[in-house]
Design a protein around this ligand. Structure first.
Ligand code: ZN
Length: 340
């Protein structure tokens, strides 16, 4: 759990993944034959010497904010990096990652007492929110932070009950953790496994695009998180995924705009899960996609699949997941790979 906690607490908004990159590189170096950071910031680890190439991908980046402007009174305006619901931002504690170190802040807004009746009815958009760093004025604020500094939601991680945990940036540090574990345990025979911790997934699957081009694998798997639908006010028809019920095997993402899992990969994953008695769930996604969406259309087309860990409150300050699902995802990928 220590490694997973470290990964979740690390900061890495898209394009600023250095902290996570360092952890991934160090961990891969313990078990892989070669580890490199490419031009784009992806960490690519290689194990084995076989002709057949399999690429595993999990993204390092997380959603966050960036300082856009510092106003006269020392408050910070910001832009959103990645898909964040404005409703989760108000009153969040954040960390601004500056050149000189971490600066703490609280996201503020006009308080309800001062809002007019019509203002109260509306969600306060992020353009009307600001980060309060306790600065006296712009002069002081500019000494503390700079325009362009990345901002993350405050790191948190802990246990709720039994195998159920909460934490920041579960999407996709859970996948990063799985990658490390898989590379540690996997025995390679007549195959080369490439584990790629991808950069800038949340900004359009960019790191996966360039690394798939470079590696040109024969097969690929993305390991990511997926919205669980086992909480109040979600209809079963909207999402039937549940925590504790095992990894999700995706059939299709974003109604077909994302990855369409190759029939061979889909068959292997489902058969292996059945044979090895690994719990699994089938997922058809109406919205949302993963690195698999660009890997599978790379070069001349690459048979690709997606194994996802069901996670509650994705893209929020604290998600919730089951460690059993994480371990079963690792097991499923480990057992499936020799069949590729
Ligand atoms: Zn993700």
């Amino acid at each position: 759990m220590e490694l997973l906690e470290k990964l979740c607490r690390a900061s890495g908004i898209s394009g600023f993944e250095t902290e996570v990159q360092e952890i991934m590189k160090k961990e891969f170096e313990k078990s892989c034959d070669k580890v490199e950071i490419d031009n784009f910031g992806n960490v690519i680890a290689k194990k084995g010497k076989g002709k057949k190439k399999i690429m595993l991908a999990a993204h390092m980046d997380e959603i966050g904010l960036m300082v856009k402007h510092i106003d006269k009174r020392g408050f910070l305006n910001f832009v959103k990096i990645g898909g964040i619901d404005d409703r989760i931002l108000m009153q969040q504690r954040v960390i601004i990652k500056t050149k000189k170190g971490d600066v703490k802040g609280v996201i503020g807004a006009k308080p309800p007492h001062l809002q007019k009746a019509e203002e109260k009815k509306e969600v306060i958009k992020h353009g009307k929110l600001f980060i309060d760093i306790g600065a006296k004025d712009d002069k002081e604020a500019k000494k503390m932070v700079e325009v362009g500094d990345p901002v993350t939601l405050e790191p948190n991680f802990g246990k709720l009950n039994k195998s159920i945990y909460y934490g920041k940036a579960l999407d996709d540090r859970l996948g990063c953790y799985a990658l490390i574990k898989i590379m540690r345990q996997i025995k390679v025979k007549d195959v080369t496994i490439y584990a790629v911790a991808t950069a800038q997934e949340e900004l359009g699957l960019k790191g996966a695009r360039v690394s798939a081009f470079k590696i040109d694998p024969d097969y690929a798997l993305a390991i990511d998180t997926l919205v669980a639908g086992d909480t109040p006010y979600i209809e079963e028809s909207e999402s039937s995924l549940e925590l504790r019920k095992g990894p999700a095997i995706t059939i299709m993402e974003a109604s077909g705009r994302g990855a369409v899992t190759h029939p061979k990969i889909r068959k292997i994953l489902i058969n292996v899960a059945k044979e090895k008695k690994i719990p699994y769930q089938i997922d058809v996604l109406e919205g949302g996609m993963t690195d698999a969406a660009v890997i599978y259309i790379s070069k001349e087309g690459i048979p690709t699949g997606v194994v996802s860990i069901p996670t509650r409150y994705i893209h929020g300050p604290s998600g919730i997941f089951s460690m059993d699902d994480v371990n079963n995802s690792i097991k499923l990928v480990m057992e499936a790979l020799p069949n590729f």
